[in-house]
Design a protein around this ligand. Structure first.
Ligand code: SF4
Length: 404
């Protein structure tokens, strides 16, 4: 079976096809080396940057050592595709306050350890709030929160963090009529294209050293938005964009395609992840999101305030809206401040301007067990991925020594 085929049926088949073929990986690596040399000549550049927007792609790249397969001068930089990393400190502080006031806060496990910049009654994370008697409960999804809050009848709030992939589940919960009156949704869901535009602008600031010349776009987000969501990136920045799956061969194929387009001076959106993504996406999910949420300008932790990048419940669902029911104030654009802890370089890491290893606290003051900055918390955070799987570590050093 060929990678890209749409009829992969089982996990075993998927792994055999996209992880099991060493020979194919070697051939792809050779193709990437050849194409990189041609692309460099076409662009007249010594080096080329490709941005992998999404934290799950960073996981694949680091976990499978893909950077060590890249030619010297071809740099893969991580983008802002980790929802936990970009959730503003202020809203976690609001959640801590609610939990200490006896309102049950349902949260995902990775948000539990996220540290705030301001203390709330001596507490800087939901984990600490729970230790201090706050009512915090870990759940895997909003359905668990619905079930639990129905059973106990306590006033409760669900922290609705995530990107376009999470939003349909929240919309479905709201529309299903199953949310009990005592449960509110704090919608902190975000839309990814505005952050990608911002990251592209930052990474192409003068002097561009080296410039971003291609983008690996998030496969899971694109199952909802469709590949068409990335067309403005290809058009406005004149770079190839490839919507990629998350297996190592998916990523290698996507890099090879980006280089092919550079050589033939194309800047198109292509779908590598054809087994899950279509051009138009999931129209039913898009309609549900539109029905339940309005799109608002929103704050992204550490990196800025972007137009039309957040989802908030429409007025018709005000009775389920934690912002309205608990009087939680929205961050206004003029109030936005860089809300990463002192010395943490997470904002630069999130925008691909620095590597986790550039931060003096990496694996010293800041570890996956005791995260100091937001990029060390979630499995999708670049610092957490590098800490767990050695990104920028031994594999890269050996590859450099061997001149690979
Ligand atoms: S290692 Fe920790 S402190 Fe440093 S940038 Fe990453 S998250 Fe921030």
């Amino acid at each position: 079976m060929k990678p890209g085929a749409t009829d992969v049926r089982t996990i075993e088949e998927l792994e055999r096809t996209f992880r099991g073929s060493e020979e194919l990986a070697r051939r792809l690596s050779r193709v990437i080396h050849e194409r990189f040399n041609q692309a460099r000549k076409v662009l007249g550049l010594d080096s080329i940057k490709i941005m992998n927007f999404c934290g799950t792609h960073e996981w694949t790249i680091v976990h499978f050592g893909l950077r060590s397969l890249m030619p010297k001068g071809l740099e893969l930089v991580a983008g802002p595709g980790c929802p936990v990393c970009v959730t503003p400190s202020k809203y976690i502080e609001d959640a801590i306050r609610l939990s200490l006031d006896g309102i049950r806060v349902y949260t995902y496990g990775d948000t539990y350890k996220l540290r705030t910049i301001n203390e709330v009654r001596g507490v800087t994370s939901l984990e600490e709030a729970k230790a201090m008697g706050g009512d915090v409960k870990l759940v895997l999804n909003i359905l668990e929160a619905i079930k639990d809050s129905r059973n106990n009848g306590k006033e409760a709030v669900f922290l609705g963090i995530g990107f376009e992939t999470a939003a349909p589940a929240y919309a479905q919960a709201v529309l299903s009529g199953k949310m009990p009156d005592n449960l509110k949704l704090l919608s902190l869901a975000k839309l990814t294209p505005p952050a990608m535009f911002y990251a592209m602008d930052i990474l192409r600031e003068k002097p561009p050293e080296p410039p971003v010349m291609g983008v690996i776009a998030p496969g899971h987000v694109s199952t909802i938005t469709g590949a068409k969501a990335w067309e403005p990136v290809a058009e406005n920045y004149s770079v190839p964009v490839v919507v990629s799956g998350f297996e190592p061969l998916d990523v290698l194929l996507s890099i090879a395609e980006i280089l092919r387009q550079i050589i033939s001076r194309e800047a198109k959106v292509k779908i590598e992840y054809t087994r899950a993504v279509t051009w138009s996406g999931d129209l039913k999910a898009q309609a549900m999101i539109h029905k339940v949420f309005e799109t608002v300008d929103d704050a992204w932790r550490g990196i800025g305030f972007f137009p039309l990048s957040g989802l908030r419940l429409r007025d018709s669902f005000a009775r389920m809206d934690a912002f309205k029911q608990f009087g939680i104030k929205e961050i206004r654009p003029e109030e936005w401040r860089k809300d990463t802890p002192p010395g943490c370089r997470c904002a630069e890491v999130t925008l691909g301007k620095a590597k986790p290893t550039d931060c003096p606290m990496f694996l010293k003051k800041c570890t996956p067990e005791k995260p100091y900055g937001p990029c060390m918390v979630s499995l999708e955070g670049t610092c957490a991925v590098w800490a767990r799987f050695g990104g920028g570590g031994v594999a890269d050093e050996i590859a450099r020594e061997l001149g690979l």
